[in-house]
Design a protein around this ligand. Structure first.
Ligand code: A3P
Ligand code: MG
Ligand code: MG
Length: 422
């Protein structure tokens, strides 16, 4: 028995290409969207400044509080080059596996989410476990020219999809330039300038003022710190468990905060994680920055690119609001605008009416995603069975490659690695 696969040509021959799904013509996916189940949070976790995982802890969840737009403290570059003290701690760009998501899923009480009992479920529905960013890549492919490569493995009734740590994140090189690095910082700095650690509605005026001054003058951008929601949803007949970063929470208007106090979060929460999730999921907010829009063509590209991808990022995770901070070329915030996630497709359709190509159709994206998932499932289930019968390897030890290039999604076993690598 072979214990693992490597990238040699012998193994390329062992697992030939399994399937291709072409994006075009889009008309193949233009029909009523496959059923999509409202995403429900089943758990959450935080990463702290040392990137340590805290399961069912919301210590990294921040509260939205409007940023200043005064012409001075609205400078998104502030802190970028400070060295004493340092105000920008950037996490090295490494691809992470699914460990934190799995650790959180293991603690959920809902038997439907217990990956350990996958074989006993009996409903026979394909089940997927991945990051929200990966699902966004798949669903937005019909209207994007991005190329990407993922790894997939089917084990005990769950199909896991991960990024390939051996393949660096697709980059046009811009984010490595000085300008690109600064613009990346602007995105993170906007998050820092638009949030507070505590619910502002619970702070007295002096404490609120101190927190506002603090975030402008001494706020540190540390990209290790993140809050993630763990979500269960369904596309067509496919259950999907996803981890998704959530930027912040809208303050509670009636001041009864849904965020637990730190002492409760780190020990035993007073409210169970699932009860907390139901209370606050509808208050989640995604923050984005974008260059201020000064022409019709800039508005079109905002709707077709940034807002299109942000829509799916939020739609998949059940995040109902997007707050965009518009900025000038020097990185000063000029305006805030809130978008309701579910209103975006209609808005894009109206505003892009009559333009060449028109708007993107969310049903095309959902149906394309549904087809990718079902084909991937069928291919891997069948191939795993064949490999088992041939006695070559245990099927689940094989990690398959999923590629999107030139408008075609393809699945194969090349570059496959053993389970031990991930
Ligand atoms: P913007 O998207 O506002 O530019 P997210 O919006 O997904 O929460 O990400 C927050 C910020 O992280 C982004 O802000 C951007 O600055 C940075 N970022 C995220 N993904 C990136 C990528 N692939 N390359 C460069 N920067 C990225
Ligand atoms: Mg974010
Ligand atoms: Mg964001």
């Amino acid at each position: 028995k072979r214990s693992s696969l490597d990238t040699s040509t012998a193994n390329t021959a062992l697992i030939p290409a399994l399937a291709h799904i072409k994006v075009h013509p889009l008309s193949r996916f233009q029909r009523r969207a496959a059923p999509f189940r409202q995403p429900a949070e089943v758990g959450y976790f935080s990463y702290d400044a040392s990137r340590s995982l805290r399961v069912n802890c919301d210590s990294a969840l921040k509260f939205f509080h409007p940023p200043p737009l005064d012409g001075v403290s609205n400078n998104l570059s502030s802190g970028f080059e400070d060295s004493a003290p340092i105000r920008y701690i950037a996490r090295a760009s490494v691809v992470e596996n699914l460990d934190s998501l799995l650790a959180t899923l293991k603690t959920t009480s809902d038997s439907q989410t217990s990956l350990l009992t996958a074989n006993d479920r009996g409903d026979g529905r394909p089940r997927f476990c991945t990051w929200r960013g990966i699902m966004t890549k798949i669903l937005t492919a019909p209207y994007s020219s991005d190329t990407w490569e993922l790894r997939a493995s089917l084990h005990k009734g769950t199909l896991y999809i991960m990024e390939d740590p051996l393949i660096s994140r697709a980059s046009d090189g811009f984010s490595e330039t000085d300008r690109g690095k600064k613009m990346t910082y602007w995105g993170y700095r906007f998050e820092g300038l638009s949030t507070l650690d505590h619910d502002p509605s619970t702070l007295d005026p002096d404490a609120l003022h101190a927190a506002e001054v603090d975030r402008v003058q001494t706020g540190v951008v540390d990209t290790h710190i993140q809050f993630c929601s763990v979500i269960k949803t369904r596309i067509g007949d496919h259950d999907i468990f996803m981890g998704a970063e959530v930027d912040c929470l809208l303050p509670n208007a009636d001041a009864s905060s849904a965020k637990q106090q730190p002492s409760e979060s780190t020990s035993k929460p007073a409210t169970s994680p699932s009860a907390t999730s139901k209370l606050r999921q509808h208050r989640y907010v995604e923050l984005k920055t974008h260059r201020k829009i000064q022409s019709q063509s800039q508005n079109s590209s905002f709707l077709k690119q940034k807002l299109f991808k942000t829509y799916f990022q939020c739609f998949l995770a059940g995040i109902p609001r997007i707050i965009v901070g518009f900025r000038d070329d020097k990185g000063f915030l000029t305006k805030l605008k809130e978008y309701k996630t579910l209103e975006i497709p209609r808005m894009a359709r109206n505003e892009l009416q009559g333009e060449e190509g028109g708007a993107w159709d969310p049903a095309v994206c959902i149906n394309f995603g549904e087809q990718v998932l079902s084909t991937l499932w069928k291919c891997l289930a069948q191939r795993n069975q064949e490999l088992c019968r041939e006695g070559e390897v245990e099927g689940w030890q094989v990690v398959y490659r999923v590629r999107m290039k030139n408008g075609s999604a393809s699945f194969d076993g090349r570059s496959a690695g053993s389970q031990s690598r991930g």
